[in-house]
Design a protein around this ligand. Structure first.
Ligand code: PEP
Length: 258
Protein backbone atom coordinates (compact mmCIF):
# COMPACT_ATOMS: atom_id res chain seq x y z
CA UNK A 1 0.00 0.00 0.00
CA UNK A 2 1.82 3.09 -1.19
CA UNK A 3 -1.08 5.48 -1.73
CA UNK A 4 -2.12 7.61 1.24
CA UNK A 5 -5.74 7.98 2.12
CA UNK A 6 -7.55 11.17 1.19
CA UNK A 7 -10.67 12.76 2.65
CA UNK A 8 -12.07 15.89 1.02
CA UNK A 9 -14.88 17.98 2.51
CA UNK A 10 -17.09 19.71 -0.04
CA UNK A 11 -18.89 22.49 1.84
CA UNK A 12 -20.92 23.41 -1.26
CA UNK A 13 -22.86 26.70 -0.89
CA UNK A 14 -22.85 26.55 2.90
CA UNK A 15 -21.08 28.61 5.59
CA UNK A 16 -20.22 32.30 5.34
CA UNK A 17 -16.63 33.31 6.06
CA UNK A 18 -17.19 33.63 9.81
CA UNK A 19 -18.70 30.14 9.98
CA UNK A 20 -15.97 28.81 7.70
CA UNK A 21 -13.24 30.15 9.99
CA UNK A 22 -14.99 28.63 13.00
CA UNK A 23 -15.27 25.19 11.36
CA UNK A 24 -11.63 25.32 10.22
CA UNK A 25 -10.46 26.17 13.73
CA UNK A 26 -12.49 23.30 15.19
CA UNK A 27 -11.02 20.95 12.62
CA UNK A 28 -7.48 22.12 13.34
CA UNK A 29 -8.04 21.37 17.04
CA UNK A 30 -9.42 17.87 16.37
CA UNK A 31 -6.71 17.01 13.87
CA UNK A 32 -4.06 18.22 16.26
CA UNK A 33 -5.46 16.08 19.10
CA UNK A 34 -5.73 12.98 16.91
CA UNK A 35 -3.61 13.43 13.81
CA UNK A 36 -4.10 10.88 11.02
CA UNK A 37 -0.92 8.99 10.14
CA UNK A 38 -1.85 8.01 6.59
CA UNK A 39 -4.65 10.30 5.43
CA UNK A 40 -4.47 13.66 3.68
CA UNK A 41 -7.22 16.12 4.59
CA UNK A 42 -8.62 18.71 2.17
CA UNK A 43 -11.52 21.14 2.59
CA UNK A 44 -13.37 22.87 -0.24
CA UNK A 45 -15.10 26.04 1.00
CA UNK A 46 -17.11 28.45 -1.17
CA UNK A 47 -14.96 30.94 -3.16
CA UNK A 48 -15.63 33.84 -0.79
CA UNK A 49 -14.33 31.86 2.20
CA UNK A 50 -11.12 30.64 0.59
CA UNK A 51 -8.75 33.34 1.82
CA UNK A 52 -10.12 33.20 5.36
CA UNK A 53 -9.67 29.43 5.46
CA UNK A 54 -6.16 29.41 3.97
CA UNK A 55 -5.20 32.16 6.46
CA UNK A 56 -6.26 29.98 9.41
CA UNK A 57 -4.48 26.96 7.94
CA UNK A 58 -1.29 28.96 7.37
CA UNK A 59 -1.36 30.66 10.77
CA UNK A 60 -1.93 27.34 12.55
CA UNK A 61 0.52 25.45 10.30
CA UNK A 62 -2.24 22.84 10.04
CA UNK A 63 -2.08 19.69 7.96
CA UNK A 64 -5.08 20.71 5.90
CA UNK A 65 -5.04 21.61 2.23
CA UNK A 66 -7.62 23.78 0.56
CA UNK A 67 -9.60 23.14 -2.60
CA UNK A 68 -11.93 25.26 -4.68
CA UNK A 69 -15.26 23.70 -5.66
CA UNK A 70 -14.97 24.86 -9.26
CA UNK A 71 -12.73 26.98 -11.49
CA UNK A 72 -12.77 28.40 -14.99
CA UNK A 73 -10.50 26.76 -17.54
CA UNK A 74 -9.91 30.21 -19.09
CA UNK A 75 -6.97 32.35 -18.08
CA UNK A 76 -8.62 35.77 -17.76
CA UNK A 77 -11.01 38.14 -19.47
CA UNK A 78 -14.68 38.80 -20.02
CA UNK A 79 -16.18 35.82 -18.18
CA UNK A 80 -18.48 37.44 -15.65
CA UNK A 81 -18.78 35.50 -12.42
CA UNK A 82 -15.90 33.14 -13.15
CA UNK A 83 -12.68 32.66 -11.16
CA UNK A 84 -9.30 31.71 -12.65
CA UNK A 85 -6.66 29.22 -11.55
CA UNK A 86 -4.10 31.99 -11.02
CA UNK A 87 -6.53 33.74 -8.65
CA UNK A 88 -6.86 30.51 -6.67
CA UNK A 89 -3.15 29.75 -6.42
CA UNK A 90 -2.53 33.30 -5.15
CA UNK A 91 -4.88 32.44 -2.28
CA UNK A 92 -3.01 29.27 -1.35
CA UNK A 93 -5.47 26.88 -2.99
CA UNK A 94 -3.81 23.67 -4.20
CA UNK A 95 -6.76 21.46 -5.24
CA UNK A 96 -9.92 21.93 -7.28
CA UNK A 97 -13.07 19.83 -7.64
CA UNK A 98 -13.81 19.43 -11.35
CA UNK A 99 -17.12 18.36 -12.86
CA UNK A 100 -19.13 17.72 -9.70
CA UNK A 101 -22.52 16.34 -10.76
CA UNK A 102 -24.18 19.53 -9.51
CA UNK A 103 -21.99 21.54 -11.93
CA UNK A 104 -22.73 19.07 -14.72
CA UNK A 105 -26.50 18.99 -14.26
CA UNK A 106 -27.33 22.46 -12.92
CA UNK A 107 -24.69 24.50 -14.77
CA UNK A 108 -24.31 22.48 -17.99
CA UNK A 109 -20.65 21.57 -17.53
CA UNK A 110 -20.01 19.00 -20.24
CA UNK A 111 -17.18 16.48 -20.76
CA UNK A 112 -15.20 18.90 -22.95
CA UNK A 113 -15.19 21.60 -20.28
CA UNK A 114 -14.34 19.00 -17.62
CA UNK A 115 -11.34 17.93 -19.72
CA UNK A 116 -10.22 21.53 -20.43
CA UNK A 117 -10.53 22.39 -16.73
CA UNK A 118 -8.59 19.28 -15.68
CA UNK A 119 -5.87 20.12 -18.19
CA UNK A 120 -5.69 23.79 -17.12
CA UNK A 121 -5.54 22.86 -13.42
CA UNK A 122 -2.66 20.42 -13.97
CA UNK A 123 -0.78 23.05 -15.98
CA UNK A 124 -1.00 25.40 -12.96
CA UNK A 125 -0.03 22.63 -10.51
CA UNK A 126 -3.47 22.63 -8.94
CA UNK A 127 -4.58 19.04 -8.36
CA UNK A 128 -7.95 18.17 -9.93
CA UNK A 129 -10.48 15.94 -8.18
CA UNK A 130 -12.44 14.80 -11.21
CA UNK A 131 -16.00 13.78 -10.34
CA UNK A 132 -17.82 11.06 -12.24
CA UNK A 133 -20.99 9.10 -11.52
CA UNK A 134 -24.23 7.79 -12.91
CA UNK A 135 -27.84 8.72 -12.26
CA UNK A 136 -30.46 6.18 -11.22
CA UNK A 137 -31.55 5.41 -14.79
CA UNK A 138 -27.98 4.45 -15.73
CA UNK A 139 -27.53 2.51 -12.48
CA UNK A 140 -30.65 0.49 -13.28
CA UNK A 141 -29.53 -0.03 -16.88
CA UNK A 142 -27.19 -2.60 -18.40
CA UNK A 143 -23.74 -1.23 -17.74
CA UNK A 144 -23.18 1.62 -15.25
CA UNK A 145 -19.42 0.87 -15.29
CA UNK A 146 -19.25 1.62 -19.03
CA UNK A 147 -20.98 4.98 -18.51
CA UNK A 148 -18.67 6.03 -15.69
CA UNK A 149 -15.44 4.85 -17.31
CA UNK A 150 -16.43 6.79 -20.44
CA UNK A 151 -16.64 9.91 -18.24
CA UNK A 152 -13.17 9.11 -16.87
CA UNK A 153 -11.80 8.65 -20.39
CA UNK A 154 -13.38 11.89 -21.59
CA UNK A 155 -11.92 13.85 -18.68
CA UNK A 156 -8.41 12.44 -19.01
CA UNK A 157 -8.00 12.03 -22.79
CA UNK A 158 -4.61 13.28 -23.90
CA UNK A 159 -3.57 14.31 -20.41
CA UNK A 160 -0.10 13.06 -19.56
CA UNK A 161 -0.07 13.67 -15.82
CA UNK A 162 1.70 12.59 -12.67
CA UNK A 163 -0.63 9.99 -11.07
CA UNK A 164 -0.21 11.72 -7.70
CA UNK A 165 -1.66 14.89 -9.15
CA UNK A 166 -4.94 13.36 -10.34
CA UNK A 167 -7.80 12.10 -8.20
CA UNK A 168 -11.05 10.60 -9.48
CA UNK A 169 -14.12 10.77 -7.24
CA UNK A 170 -16.84 8.24 -8.00
CA UNK A 171 -20.08 9.87 -6.90
CA UNK A 172 -23.30 8.13 -7.95
CA UNK A 173 -25.82 10.95 -8.29
CA UNK A 174 -28.54 8.94 -6.56
CA UNK A 175 -26.37 8.57 -3.47
CA UNK A 176 -25.46 12.23 -3.07
CA UNK A 177 -27.28 13.85 -0.17
CA UNK A 178 -29.85 11.03 -0.18
CA UNK A 179 -28.80 9.25 3.00
CA UNK A 180 -28.50 6.13 0.83
CA UNK A 181 -24.88 5.25 0.16
CA UNK A 182 -23.89 2.86 -2.61
CA UNK A 183 -23.08 -0.59 -1.26
CA UNK A 184 -19.48 -1.64 -0.79
CA UNK A 185 -19.99 -4.19 -3.62
CA UNK A 186 -21.23 -1.50 -6.02
CA UNK A 187 -18.36 0.77 -5.05
CA UNK A 188 -15.79 -2.00 -5.47
CA UNK A 189 -17.07 -2.96 -8.94
CA UNK A 190 -16.94 0.67 -10.04
CA UNK A 191 -13.55 1.29 -8.45
CA UNK A 192 -12.04 -1.69 -10.28
CA UNK A 193 -13.46 -0.37 -13.57
CA UNK A 194 -12.19 3.17 -12.87
CA UNK A 195 -8.70 1.91 -12.00
CA UNK A 196 -8.65 0.02 -15.30
CA UNK A 197 -9.62 3.23 -17.14
CA UNK A 198 -6.95 5.17 -15.24
CA UNK A 199 -4.32 2.57 -16.15
CA UNK A 200 -5.16 3.09 -19.82
CA UNK A 201 -4.02 6.70 -19.32
CA UNK A 202 -0.86 5.78 -17.39
CA UNK A 203 -2.54 6.75 -14.13
CA UNK A 204 -2.72 3.45 -12.27
CA UNK A 205 -1.28 5.12 -9.16
CA UNK A 206 -3.98 7.81 -8.95
CA UNK A 207 -6.29 7.83 -5.98
CA UNK A 208 -9.96 6.92 -6.35
CA UNK A 209 -12.48 8.33 -3.89
CA UNK A 210 -16.12 7.53 -3.29
CA UNK A 211 -18.75 10.18 -2.51
CA UNK A 212 -22.42 9.86 -1.62
CA UNK A 213 -23.90 9.84 1.90
CA UNK A 214 -20.63 8.88 3.59
CA UNK A 215 -20.61 8.98 7.38
CA UNK A 216 -18.17 7.90 10.08
CA UNK A 217 -20.29 4.73 10.40
CA UNK A 218 -20.04 3.47 6.80
CA UNK A 219 -16.58 4.89 5.95
CA UNK A 220 -14.52 1.94 7.21
CA UNK A 221 -16.51 -0.66 5.26
CA UNK A 222 -16.40 1.42 2.10
CA UNK A 223 -12.60 1.73 2.29
CA UNK A 224 -11.95 -1.91 3.16
CA UNK A 225 -14.59 -3.62 1.01
CA UNK A 226 -15.16 -0.89 -1.58
CA UNK A 227 -11.41 -0.58 -2.22
CA UNK A 228 -11.37 3.22 -2.42
CA UNK A 229 -8.59 5.49 -1.17
CA UNK A 230 -10.94 7.79 0.70
CA UNK A 231 -13.94 10.05 0.26
CA UNK A 232 -15.41 13.21 -1.10
CA UNK A 233 -17.82 14.21 1.65
CA UNK A 234 -20.70 16.67 1.42
CA UNK A 235 -23.17 16.90 4.32
CA UNK A 236 -20.97 15.22 6.92
CA UNK A 237 -18.13 17.68 6.23
CA UNK A 238 -20.12 20.60 7.67
CA UNK A 239 -19.58 19.52 11.27
CA UNK A 240 -16.02 19.14 12.55
CA UNK A 241 -16.67 16.02 14.60
CA UNK A 242 -18.48 14.08 11.85
CA UNK A 243 -15.83 15.00 9.26
CA UNK A 244 -13.03 14.14 11.67
CA UNK A 245 -14.81 10.85 12.42
CA UNK A 246 -14.57 9.95 8.73
CA UNK A 247 -10.87 10.89 8.64
CA UNK A 248 -10.31 8.68 11.71
CA UNK A 249 -12.21 5.75 10.17
CA UNK A 250 -10.10 5.91 7.01
CA UNK A 251 -6.90 6.22 9.01
CA UNK A 252 -7.88 3.19 11.12
CA UNK A 253 -8.26 1.13 7.92
CA UNK A 254 -4.82 2.20 6.78
CA UNK A 255 -3.37 1.44 10.23
CA UNK A 256 -4.66 -2.12 9.86
CA UNK A 257 -2.67 -2.48 6.66
CA UNK A 258 0.62 -1.06 7.95
C1 PEP B 1 -21.12 15.50 -2.67
O1 PEP B 1 -21.99 16.24 -3.08
O2 PEP B 1 -19.97 15.57 -3.15
C2 PEP B 1 -21.47 14.53 -1.63
C3 PEP B 1 -20.78 13.42 -1.58
O3 PEP B 1 -22.50 14.84 -0.79
P1 PEP B 1 -23.05 13.96 0.46
O4 PEP B 1 -21.85 13.47 1.23
O5 PEP B 1 -23.88 14.92 1.26
O6 PEP B 1 -23.85 12.84 -0.11
Amino acid sequence: MTRRGLVVGNWKMNLDYVEAVHLTQQLVTLLRAQAPASVDVVVAPPFVDLRSVTSVVEAERADIEVAAQHVSHRERGAFTGEVSLDMLTRLGVSWVIVGHSERRTLFHMDDDVVRETTRAALARRVRPIVCVGEDLAVRDGDDPEAFVTAQVGAALAGIGADPDAVVVAYEPIWAIGSGRSASAEQVRAMTVAIRRALAAHGLEGSRVLYGGSVTADNAGTLVDDGAVDGFLVGGASLKADSFHGIVRAVDDCYAGRR
